[in-house]
Design a protein around this ligand. Structure first.
Ligand code: C2E
Ligand code: CA
Ligand code: CA
Ligand code: CA
Length: 280
């Protein structure tokens, strides 16, 4: 940016300033994206093991940039979290996801996914009013609260003192809470003592080598026992192969998500459903 303005010391612009400029640019363009409808949701299946029956979808935001094409949330969600735009962006995601889930229910009946998962960031959780936004999205779409799962990361829950209170408010609405990327935070097990949550999403990093029967398999076994013991549902994330799915089933996992079963898609995901061949 300094170079464009013709400033003499552009050679001295430190890396941090360059990145701050880049961040400001993304932030400004994100404002336009929200205002002109460049954001989309993709839906990834969450399936029941061993047959891969579709039970839920996770809504994942996408940015269709007019010049740069499809931009990954990893590139703009952190920016939106820092500049605060995540609150508005997150509210849009909630309304869009609830609307889509309600339409699937109306169109497909029993064949519709039973639940939809929406990611909520720390900033949304610690700011008052999230429960009201969720309640509004449910009321306007007509989606029953029991069909919505809110995914939060351990760091999000741990960071703000208000976060746990917000989770209790969501709980009172009747939505489910999932602990996302579980096991990668600083205090995973501590959180389980106090945080109201029904779903434990075991991070992909524990799944990757689960078939090697080494440390990861031990951790996966321990986590399914913790989930079962606490009356929670475990979901194995990032399942990429049939071997992983089979091993996870053997360890006791009944729900999974990952490229093996289906990638995020613009419409209702097509699932690698091993039952469908004979049941339809
Ligand atoms: P996440 O919530 O952990 O979502 C799962 C991510 O893993 C998604 O990436 C998904 O496409 C990817 N994934 C799923 N299965 C596999 C697999 O088998 N292999 C591999 N390699 N990857 C797999 P995506 O869509 O790029 O999203 C990245 C992250 O961005 C999400 O991680 C979430 O933290 C954040 N995010 C996405 N949408 C939203 C949103 O609406 N709000 C907020 N606050 N965060 C969001
Ligand atoms: Ca998630
Ligand atoms: Ca995750
Ligand atoms: Ca993640």
């Amino acid at each position: 940016a300094a170079k464009e303005r013709g400033e003499p010391y552009c050679w001295y612009v430190p890396e941090m300033d360059r990145r701050a400029g880049e961040e400001a640019r993304i932030g400004a363009e994100l404002r336009t994206a929200l205002d002109t409808g460049q954001l989309r949701l993709a839906y990834q299946p969450i399936v029941e093991l061993p047959l891969g029956r579709l039970v839920a979808v996770e809504a994942l935001v996408r940015w269709e940039h007019p010049e740069r094409g499809l931009i990954s949330p990893a590139a703009f969600i952190p920016v939106a979290e820092r500049n605060g735009m995540i609150v508005e962006l997150g509210a849009w995601v909630l309304r869009e996801a609830c609307g889509q889930a309600a339409r699937w229910r109306a169109e497909l009946g029993d064949a519709a996914p039973q639940r939809i998962s929406v990611n909520v960031s720390a900033r949304q959780l610690t700011r008052p009013g999230l429960a009201a936004v969720v309640a509004g999205a449910l009321a306007d779409s007509g989606l029953p609260a029991s069909c919505l799962t809110i995914e939060v990361t351990e760091t999000a829950v741990f960071e703000g003192g208000r976060a746990v209170e917000a989770l209790h408010e969501l709980q009172r609405l009747g939505v489910r809470i999932a602990l996302d990327d579980f096991g990668t935070g600083h205090s995973s097990l501590t959180l389980l003592q106090t945080v109201p949550a029904q779903v434990l999403k075991v991070d992909k990093s524990f799944i990757d080598e689960v078939t090697m029967r080494g440390r990861q398999a031990v951790i996966c076994t321990a986590l399914i026992q913790v989930a079962d013991g606490l009356g929670m549902t475990a979901v194995a994330e990032g399942v990429e192969t049939a071997e992983q799915a089979a091993e996870l089933y053997r360890l006791g996992y009944r729900l999974a998500q990952g490229y093996w079963f289906g990638r995020p898609a613009a419409d209702l995901p097509v699932v690698r459903d091993l039952q469908r061949a004979d049941s339809r």
